[in-house]
Ligand binder design. Structure first.
Ligand code: ADP
Ligand code: MG
Length: 356
């Protein structure tokens, strides 16, 4: 396993990149610690696969260096980097048996046959294909084939890292959950450095210790699931994480007061540095209280989500969501308040610090 260092990495697919817009991957300067479980999370097209392929060596970055445990591997092939990668769609040898598909990467490296057998059996159990070990891969369903691909990634224990690129796309929902839990267990047991690409926040938040949120070719925040929830550094993280995402509204800030439309909202502190540019107030639906106190809203609809309700309302002409308990009464003339400690202030989309 290795510590992976991305040293000022950038990538453009086209020749002669000039402006930022020409880069599929803007500057990434970051370290993946040895043995960490990371998720790269972001919408389609934000550069996740590009970054993963640069780590594995399928792609040579336009700028920057990549190091494993301090050693420069930028010019090394995928083989030489000793990386296992699992792709979105299955890559299997159709004419081989399921067993041989898993044994292949081990035999290729001259692992003694007794060890091959032990590892392959263990992995077959894990992916739930033990009964089909002697079947040819050709006849299997897409999700069984993808389990073979996953197995091929997991069967080796000598790799520097295991990279997953949306590996559960073709797997049915229940099995998704099972495989994800197994990956997590495996990580705990063997301490592989794992980088897992997904556009699904549930997958990212349940799998990873550290979630790397990507947006438009860059990393906007790296943090634990709790940090991303509590202190979104960028409004994009606020929107993208959480269900529904954070409420973000234009606000003017003066000292410890924010003004939204005609409403004044007390902040927990004044900005440490006066904010420049476009200023906004962010509050997660979990921290919006609905009752008879505060700012008047009109309610558009209430969605029942089991033990809670999502209240969709309009505040000062803008949509706002609140999450309330299933038994909470909503008054005829509803008003909302924000938990002051949970308010974030953004200037040009980036969170700013408030003093006390
Ligand atoms: P993601 O995996 O997050 O969906 P990608 O890394 O695949 O994003 O793509 C990032 C950007 O780079 C996108 O705008 C995509 O269109 C572009 N891109 C990806 N692969 C290529 C390629 N081989 N040639 C040119 N542009 C590409
Ligand atoms: Mg991708």
């Amino acid at each position: 396993m290795a510590r992976i260092e991305l040293d000022h990495i950038r990538h453009a697919y086209g020749p002669d990149p000039k402006s930022d817009a020409d880069y599929a991957l803007k500057e990434v300067h970051h370290i993946f610690e040895d043995g960490g479980a990371y998720a790269l999370l972001g919408p389609s097209g934000c550069g996740k696969t590009t970054l993963l392929n640069i780590i594995s060596g399928l792609l040579h970055p336009s700028h920057g260096r990549l190091r494993f445990d301090g050693e420069d591997v930028t010019e090394l092939s995928t083989q030489e980097r000793n990386i296992a990668q699992v792709f979105q769609f299955p890559v299997v040898y159709d004419t081989m048996t399921v067993y041989d598909n898993l044994a292949f990467p081990l035999r290729n490296r001259g692992v003694p046959e007794a060890d091959v057998d032990r590892k392959v059996r263990e992995t077959l159990e894990m992916i739930g294909l033990a009964e089909r070990a002697q079947r040819r891969a050709r006849g299997l369903t897409a999700d069984q084939k993808q389990k073979i691909s996953l197995g091929r990634g997991l069967v080796r224990s000598d790799v520097n890292a295991i990279l997953f690129d949306e590996p559960l796309t073709v797997i049915d929902p229940h099995m998704k959950w099972v495989l994800r839990s197994q990956l997590k267990q495996l990580h705990r047991r063997f301490g592989f450095t794992m980088v897992y690409v997904t556009h699904d926040q549930t997958e990212a938040l349940t799998f990873a210790d550290q979630v790397v949120v990507m947006y438009d070719g860059g990393i906007v925040q790296i943090g634990t699931p709790a940090e991303l929830f509590e202190r979104p550094k960028h409004t994009f993280v606020g929107y993208f994480i959480g269900s529904p995402g954070m409420n973000v509204m234009p606000a003017s800030i003066e000292g410890h007061l924010a003004t939204v439309g005609s409403q004044r909202i007390e902040l927990p502190g004044a900005p440490v540095v006066p904010p420049q540019g476009k200023t906004e107030l962010g509050i997660r639906p979990e921290f919006v209280r609905v009752g008879s106190q505060g700012m008047p809203v009109s309610i558009a609809k209430v969605e029942d989500i089991g033990r809670q309700k999502i209240v969709r309302a309009t505040l000062e002409g803008r949509e706002i969501a609140a999450i309330v308990g299933e038994d909470e009464e909503i008054p005829a003339e509803p008003r909302v308040t924000f938990d002051p400690a949970r308010i974030s202030i953004y200037a040009n989309s980036w969170r700013i610090e408030l003093g006390v």
